[in-house]
Write a protein that binds this ligand. Structure first.
Ligand SMILES: [Zn+2]
Length: 206
């Protein structure tokens, strides 16, 4: 069960990935989390990523190596869920050379919904916990550490709109690529977590 989960930030992708991981006992591989972990552990790779991050995306060969190592690990023997990868068509083609994917599930939400959900996010300055749109705090004080909770610059509507433009440009090409291989399933992500998850499990039965 080798799954790619695609979707805008705010599409509920992370939540669904965790639910799939639990139900089918396959690891949730989030490239964002993996790269952040490398940076935190100050590995050679982490240092390299950190120096790249100032400018742009992590180059394809670097991220592809990271993915290749990860999916060759023992816990991926029955499958995995990729979240945040592939980001480019080159990455998608490279992945094909490493492994054959079974399902590509795209959680689709309208831009207006993504903007609505993301602009309501906020983060604690102290412990970095991210509060979702439905976790608004009255006094902007973190419930875990009492730190100040604020809206990240990344989550201002203008910044979100810029991210959406980049996302659509790259993602549509990737989705068409998988559509041509008959691997793509588009799901309406504007519903409840449970409704979306029911759709995903019925796809995974096929
Ligand atoms: Zn906190």
């Amino acid at each position: 069960m080798k799954i790619i989960l695609m979707g805008l930030q705010g599409s509920g992708k992370g939540t669904q990935a965790k639910k799939i991981s639990k139900k089918y006992n396959i690891p949730h591989i989030s490239t964002g989390d993996m790269l952040r972990a490398e940076i935190a552990k100050k590995t050679a790779l982490g240092e390299r990523i950190k120096s790249i991050q100032q400018g742009e995306l992590v180059p394809d060969p670097v991220i592809i190596d990271v993915i290749k190592d990860r999916i060759n690990q023992f816990d991926c023997k029955n499958g995995f869920i990729l979240d945040g990868f592939p980001r480019t068509i080159q990455q998608a083609k490279s992945l094909d050379k490493i492994v054959s994917v079974d399902y590509v599930i795209a959680l689709e939400i309208q831009d207006s919904v993504a903007i609505e959900r993301l602009s309501k996010r906020s983060q604690c300055r102290k412990c970095n916990y991210i509060y979702g749109a439905n976790q608004r705090l009255k006094n902007n004080i973190c419930k875990f550490c009492s730190g100040e909770v604020y809206t990240r610059k990344d989550d201002y509507p203008e910044a979100i709109k810029r991210r959406l433009e980049i996302y659509h440009k790259e993602t549509e090409i990737i989705l068409r690529y998988y559509e041509n291989k008959n691997l793509l399933y588009r799901i309406n992500g504007e519903r409840s977590v449970e409704e979306v998850f029911d759709d995903i499990t019925s796809i995974l039965k096929k």
